[in-house]
Design a protein. Sequence first.
Length: 82
Amino acid sequence: MTGVALVEEIVSILIAGITNFAAGIGEGLSALASGIFFSTTGETTGLSVLGICILAFAGISLCIGLSRWVLNFFTSLGARNR
């Protein structure tokens, strides 16, 4: 076996290991997110209570942030920027 073939074999083994490791982590994170945010009863799947609370607080935060941005934009018209 030549040196080039040996290096190619080592690289292919490393790439295969990293690919399998990343796929396993992705599947685990997907299962975790599905378990936290979705609840299944029978054949229907809906958001869990935690998922609803997170979406509600994210919506409130988005509204407050956009309102502050718009207010700062209109109050700074005609003035120098910060």
